[in-house]
Design a protein. Structure first.
Length: 115
């Protein structure tokens, strides 16, 4: 599966333009999902140096990404420069009915279902 996550307000507390406190439980749930073979894409409005800082920050916690603000299946799906990021599940504090605890539970469930 492909999991797409936001940064500010989701993986970290929303302190834009600074980086807020890490949500370690959610970050580590994504790390476990990757270990189980799932793909994780970071989809954020951050750009340039602010984006690089965010990626480095999460790498410190062991979370790297299969894609950053880009699709990872474009060639297979015949998409060229598509602005919408494809994923099976999306995690974003600005989504309808966002619930952090539900997100952690869901990602952990995905990580464990294939084991």
């Amino acid at each position: 599966m492909i999991l797409v996550t936001d940064f500010d307000g989701t993986l970290v507390a929303d302190k834009w333009p600074e980086i807020g406190e890490a949500d370690c439980d959610l970050i580590w749930a994504f790390v476990e999902a990757q270990k189980a073979g799932h793909k994780v894409i970071l989809n954020t409005c951050r750009q340039g140096e602010q984006l690089e800082k965010a990626v480095r920050f999460l790498k410190f916690y062991g979370l790297t990404f299969d894609g950053v603000n880009e699709n990872i299946l474009e060639e297979k799906q015949g998409l060229k420069d598509c602005r919408k990021i494809f994923g099976d599940f999306y995690y974003d504090d600005r989504s309808f009915n966002w619930d952090r605890d539900q997100a952690i539970w869901h990602v952990k469930r995905i990580a464990c279902q294939d084991q």
